[in-house]
Write a protein that binds this ligand. Structure first.
Ligand SMILES: [Zn+2]
Length: 60
């Protein structure tokens, strides 16, 4: 089941919407280039009990 989540890019300040996949694990982190400014962001994703995604940018 795909779900969308949003994070704020620390480089350009834009709100970025991504598709997250809960079947890949309750805690995920991966690097994704910002579609607006093309800088890499280390994204942390976690899912709560209801399967709602929380996304934020972790430390580089
Ligand atoms: Zn950006």
């Amino acid at each position: 089941m795909d779900e969308t989540a949003e994070y704020l890019c620390p480089h350009c300040g834009e709100s970025i919407q991504i598709v997250v996949d809960a079947s890949a694990g309750a805690e995920q982190d991966y690097v994704e280039d910002c579609p607006v400014c093309c800088n890499p962001n280390t994204l942390k994703v976690s899912f709560d009990r209801e399967g709602n995604a929380d996304v934020w940018v972790g430390d580089r």
